[in-house]
Design a protein around this ligand. Structure first.
Ligand code: NAP
Length: 222
């Protein structure tokens, strides 16, 4: 499986790319700008201290989507729709993972506050736009970039996964558990992304209040 990370040059995308490459997955870092994607690939190689990573490549978002089997979106809310428009024709028939969190910071407010979207969640917004031939899964919303890039430590966070296609959910759950320390938990249909996405501003709040960077969430009793 090739994993295309759209907006893979940013904090979250780069962190996911780093973890997946480290676990031996084939990753394509996508960007609007191929030079930016190539720089991100170089940074990942430097961080992993390995100049020879045949399972890592750089492409434009469009080419990454075409060549990926699983497409992961890691752009801020204000870039979600324009990015979806640019890749819509190439993502048809694939699994699309949405990590977008609708934070008020995206419209000039606080990152500790959530903004409501008409569709109910960012993941449902993607699903409504991309159409029925794309299997949309919400995942990675609560995993912080700080934990993902803290490469020598496990990520102390459960990955809460919501989606309407159980086979796609299972594939993404398996992928998430490639990240050392992460346990995947299936949370039901895509509409539950409304709840999961809202946990992230709470974690950001806890980071700020406690002057830390690595707040995560664990579900007990399962
Ligand atoms: N950071 C975290 O700890 C974290 C944790 C959980 C979830 N998330 C979610 O993951 C997503 C990405 O977060 P992030 O912190 O990685 O974001 P980011 O660093 O601000 O941006 C990620 C990438 O998105 C692209 N982008 C930014 N603005 C754009 C625009 N106006 N139009 C088109 N593309 C644009 C850029 O890629 P190119 O310029 O290369 O195209 C950028 O490198 C967000 O929705 C966030 O809520 C983040």
């Amino acid at each position: 499986m090739k994993i295309a990370i759209i907006g893979g040059t940013g904090d979250q995308g780069l962190g996911l790319a780093l973890r997946f490459v480290k676990s031996g997955e084939h990753v394509i870092v996508g960007s609007r700008d191929i030079k930016k994607a190539e720089n991100a690939v170089k940074l990942i190689k430097d961080m992993l201290n390995d100049e020879n990573l045949p399972n890592l490549s750089a492409m434009t978002n469009e080419d990454a989507t075409t060549n990926g089997d699983i497409v992961v979106l890691t752009v801020p809310l204000q870039a979600q729709m324009i990015t979806l428009k640019s890749i819509k024709e190439y993502v048809q028939g694939k699994i699309f993972v949405d990590a977008t969190v609708p934070l008020e910071g995206c419209i000039g407010g606080k990152p500790t506050r959530f903004v409501d979207l008409w569709e109910g969640s960012a993941a449902e917004r993607s699903a409504a736009f991309l159409g029925n031939d794309v299997r949309v899964v919400s995942a990675f919303c609560n995993l912080s970039a700080a934990s993902l890039t803290n490469i020598n430590e496990d990520v102390e966070c459960d990955c809460l996964i919501s989606g309407d296609d159980s086979q796609a959910n299972a594939i993404v759950m398996e992928l998430a558990e490639k990240i050392s320390g992460v346990r995947s938990i299936e949370c039901g249909p895509l509409e539950n992304a409304r709840i999961v996405e809202k946990i992230t501003p709470l974690l950001i709040n806890l980071n700020i209040r406690n002057r830390i960077k690595l707040a995560g969430i664990r579900i007990t009793g399962l």
